[in-house]
Design a binder for this molecule. Structure first.
Ligand SMILES: [Zn+2]
Length: 350
């Protein structure tokens, strides 16, 4: 039996193995404070029953780990989980299984999506670790929309929603608009399996300052200055689970943006009314509520203050949901479709 992280997004430390008990913990890396992301692969354990134990209850979601055999298709183990332990029996031929906190979204999936839809993937800058950081754009107009995900590397629900948004926008975008998509703002973190959240000295979504330390943020700020940028939407996952984190919600930007956010929120509620991951503004976090300080140098606040920008907001999509709103890859895409329909209605009305 072998436990490893030799794949995109891998993150685990094996502290000890006693009989069939495997004591594991996420790698925090350069994150300040606690966070919960982990992903590992178990090979050559066919026929075995293993119990994986974490030292913290905020590690495994309420439906158990996300499981995959190919890093593409993911499902929940479908057990009721206390949060710090799960047991798995490997089938007689089940020699390679991926387990993770959440359903990973491999950047290759995004590249394949672009290819399928005839979109060119371009490099907009070099990441901290020297990688070509990908983006794509589409549309024919000079009114711009910026779509972003993975400002926080581990937040894969945002990637599925983003893909769904693109799928609906591509054939329906009004000709006066164009869209820039930056699918993995913290590209190194996504590939390397970092938490990404609360990086020291600050993470990608606290970098919208006079002197950004990340080239990708610098690129997007410059893009905003040089284009007629009208809308920005940033897709995230919230905290692990519990309370509002089990629901779809908006993290709103500035007080000045509130009338516009309210208007968009009505459309989003209507468009998601019939789907599993539906939205209700009662879970929203308004400007200066909880952690949502409107002076925080994050993407939505920065762009809200730019004159040309008419709406800038962050969507938070739960990792797990509740029994009646249990997330899946398909439901996250479906939320993206509904989100894009709300965008199109909003744009049409303005
Ligand atoms: Zn986030």
């Amino acid at each position: 039996m072998r436990i490893h992280t030799q794949f995109t997004g891998g993150n685990i430390t094996v502290e000890k193995i006693e009989d069939n008990n495997v004591y594991v913990e996420r790698e925090i890396r350069d994150t300040e404070g606690d966070w919960f992301y982990w992903a590992f692969c178990v090979e050559d354990a066919a026929g075995m029953t293993l119990t994986f134990r974490f030292p913290n209850k905020a590690r495994v979601g309420r439906f158990g780990p996300a499981i995959s055999h190919d890093l593409e298709n993911w499902h929940w183990q479908e057990v009721s989980c206390a949060g710090d332990v799960f047991t798995y029996t490997f089938g007689p031929d089940e020699n390679k299984v991926y387990f993770a906190h959440n359903m990973l979204y491999h950047p290759v999936r995004f590249m394949d999506f672009c290819e399928k839809h005839g979109l060119t993937v371009e490099t907009i800058c070099t990441s901290v670790k020297g990688r070509d950081l990908p983006a794509t754009r589409f549309g024919t107009g000079d009114k711009w929309i910026l779509l972003t995900a993975r400002h926080h590397a581990c937040e894969s629900t945002g990637s599925y929603v983003l893909e769904g948004v693109m799928e609906t926008l591509l054939p329906a975008l009004p000709e006066e608009y164009s869209v820039l998509v930056v699918p993995c703002v913290d590209y190194d973190g996504v590939l390397d399996g970092d938490q990404g959240k609360n990086r020291k000295p600050h993470d990608h979504n606290r970098d919208y300052t006079e002197e950004p330390i990340y080239a990708v943020v610098d690129y997007m700020m410059q893009f905003g200055r040089e284009h007629n940028l009208m809308y920005t939407f940033d897709f995230h996952s919230p905290w692990h689970q519990g309370g509002q984190n089990d629901h779809v919600f908006l993290s709103r930007s500035t007080e000045a943006m509130e009338p516009f956010t309210n208007h968009f929120a009505e459309f989003l509620k209507e468009e998601t009314a019939g789907i599993v991951l539906h939205y209700d503004r009662i879970y929203d976090v308004g400007p200066n509520e909880q952690w949502n300080d409107e002076t925080s140098p994050n993407s939505k606040n920065y762009f809200s203050k730019q004159d040309s920008v008419k709406l800038s907001v962050t969507l938070e999509t739960p990792y797990f949901g509740l029994d009646a709103t249990k997330t899946s890859q398909a439901y996250q895409l479906e939320l993206g479709h509904a989100f894009a329909r709300a965008m199109l209605r909003y744009m049409e009305e303005k």
